[in-house]
Design a protein. Structure first.
Length: 581
């Protein structure tokens, strides 16, 4: 748990509510705001959240109301009924802050066109500056919020409005196309999944707003202190880690050295704030101990905002820059892990330890010595490996489910270690070096890393994908030569977990993971709306049929081979940290 405490006494201001107050953007479009502020004379800092979900339903800490809406059907505002005047917003106002929620351009009560993406960052800056000029505002504005409200903070910060004093972006991508500005890794598979075939009536609208430049590095433009937060089972963890690192090192003087990073064992939209003192039960049946939950208002938000917006000595900048939860065996209280770790940077120093796949389906630290060893499987785009549990952007997020139901498929190759004799602590970025070939000019390869518990459960740690045509860079297509062996790298992202003795590590290789990632039809066609994807969405997710005809119809079955010999040693590289907690 964070140790920083807010030293200020609670003022207990009563709340004044002003709804549908309009701020004017630089092009004259009026943006609708609901303002909740202290009903008292004086000037107060403002906390801003800009929402695509409807400003009337936004309570301060929670990314989604409960129950979450059905994203396979038309977005209906009626599903989002809530009471903004209850709970954390009241307390934040009582502590002397205005809480302001706005509808994005063209959404809710705001004017304009919702697909005018280039205006979005400018709108945020305009609202920040409008708030700073209000007679009740102290002239200092902060931002906070989850998911798209977190992404809005990155977009606002890159425009560097003079009165934006600090932000707390949570569970948000720094760049929706690559998922990060830093480093320039290829992480656009999730976006291409959504781009191919609308999953909801809102998809195309949101995509137009969210895609940013594929190439531009805007980090030097950031000039704002930020507290980045994420979850180990979220799909934007890499964005938080990489934005923290980039801004801490390379941003403008107002941001450089003034960044914080907080990561816990939750997924996107998991309400870890509820029921303090009880275990954090994740979908998928992992229950982390009560210490995994945070008192966000008192231990995170208020110390941060009181320091940057009110100048109070909360001690928040005296603590290490990083705090992350080291996950462990949730079934054994004596097992290592399940503790918060503080550090000055992330990831911590580690040793890159390769675990090699062998043709007998074992995963070992000793490399293969045989020549010409490989295993083949057939990948049929019309029968892809089903996603079990979700780390991605289709709500509801399910989390680290047991993967055994798909590990027995003929198109999944599984490699498992012997039972561990000592704890294995993995903290940092996991990568898979894969040697493979295909009889098609384009195909995908997927990797999944799981922890096999003593009862046989194979629980997800991380997974990802590489597309054959983009194996070297997403900026240039390079099709495969049939039968040629290529080296691929699959970035499995960041984690912090310690495997207990008796547990095992498992690597699963395949060519599909749907609907986590869209299918590759193996044809070499450009990415677009495919008939096979439409059918799979209808059959597996009961999605409503898309209008019109699909762009592409053809699919081809690929025979793919994974190599594990002396010259082609397929392996996973683990960032192993030595030491006890």
């Amino acid at each position: 748990m964070p140790r920083a405490k807010n030293q200020a006494a609670k003022q207990n201001y009563k709340m004044k509510v002003e709804k549908n107050v309009y701020a004017k953007a630089r092009d004259g479009v009026r943006l609708a705001l609901d303002i909740y502020r202290p009903d008292a004379p004086g000037k107060f800092p403002a906390l801003l959240g800009m929402s695509p979900y409807g400003k009337a339903i936004q309570t301060l800490p929670y990314p989604f109301p409960q129950p979450a809406p059905d994203y396979t059907n038309e977005f209906k505002t009626a599903l989002w009924d809530g009471n903004i005047e209850a709970g954390p917003t009241e307390e934040i106002v009582a502590r002397g802050y205005a809480h302001v929620i706005g509808d994005l351009r063209g959404m809710g009560d705001s004017e304009g066109e919702s697909d005018d993406a280039k205006r979005e960052g400018e709108d945020y800056a305009d609202v920040v500056e409008w708030l700073a000029k209000q007679p009740w505002c102290s002239g200092k504005v902060g931002m906070l919020g989850y998911s798209h409200l977190g992404a809005a903070q990155y977009e606002a910060a890159v425009t560097a409005p003079p009165h934006l004093a600090c932000t707390i972006p949570a569970q948000a991508p720094a760049n929706y196309y690559t998922d990060s500005y830093y480093p320039p890794k290829f992480r656009k598979a999730d976006m291409e999944t959504i781009l191919r075939g609308p999953l909801t009536s809102r998809t195309s609208q949101l995509i137009r707003r969210r895609i940013r430049s594929r190439d531009t590095n805007s980090v030097p433009q950031f000039n704002t202190p930020m507290l980045h937060s994420a979850g180990w089972y979220d799909f934007y963890t890499e964005g938080a880690v990489e934005m923290f690192r980039a801004c801490q090192q390379d941003a403008g003087p107002g941001a450089r050295g003034k960044q914080k990073l907080l990561i816990g064992p939750w997924g996107h939209g998991v309400l870890q704030e509820e029921d303090p003192g009880t275990p954090l039960l994740l979908p998928g049946d992992l229950a982390y101990p009560p210490n995994s939950k945070l008192d966000w208002e008192h231990n995170v938000w208020l110390p941060w905002f009181d320091y940057w917006l009110k100048g109070k000595p909360t001690g928040v900048m005296d603590r290490p820059a990083v705090m992350y939860y080291l996950m462990g065996d949730v079934d054994n209280a004596d097992a290592p892990g399940n503790v918060w770790v503080e550090a000055n940077d992330f990831p911590p120093p580690s040793e890159a330890v390769p675990y090699y796949a062998h043709s007998d389906h074992t995963l070992r630290v000793d490399p293969p010595t045989a020549q010409n060893e490989s295993l083949e499987y057939r990948y049929d785009p019309r029968d892809p490996v089903p996603t079990v549990g979700r780390f991605h952007s289709q709500i509801p997020v399910k989390g680290p489910y047991d993967q055994r139901e798909v590990e027995g498929r003929a198109d999944v190759l599984v490699f498992t270690t012997a039972a561990l004799e000592t704890p294995l602590k993995i903290v940092g970025q996991i990568r898979v070096k894969l040697w493979a070939s295909s009889d098609r000019q384009d195909t995908d390869f997927t990797a999944k890393l799981t922890e096999v518990h003593s009862d046989g459960r194979s629980m997800m740690i991380s997974d990802s994908i590489v597309k054959g045509r983009y194996r070297n860079t997403y900026l240039k297509e390079e099709f495969l030569r049939v039968g040629q062996v290529y080296e691929f790298e699959i970035d499995l992202g960041y984690t912090a977990i310690v495997l207990a003795p008796g547990h095992r590590l498992r690597l699963a290789i395949s060519s599909s993971n749907f609907d986590r990632f869209d299918i590759n039809p193996n044809t070499g066609d450009p990415y677009g709306d495919h008939a096979a994807t439409r059918q799979l969405l209808s059959e597996r997710l009961r999605a409503e049929p898309s209008p019109g005809e699909p762009q592409y119809i053809e699919t081809l079955i690929a025979t793919n081979a994974i190599y594990m010999d002396r010259d082609h040693p397929t392996h996973v590289i683990l960032p192993v940290v030595v030491g006890n907690d």
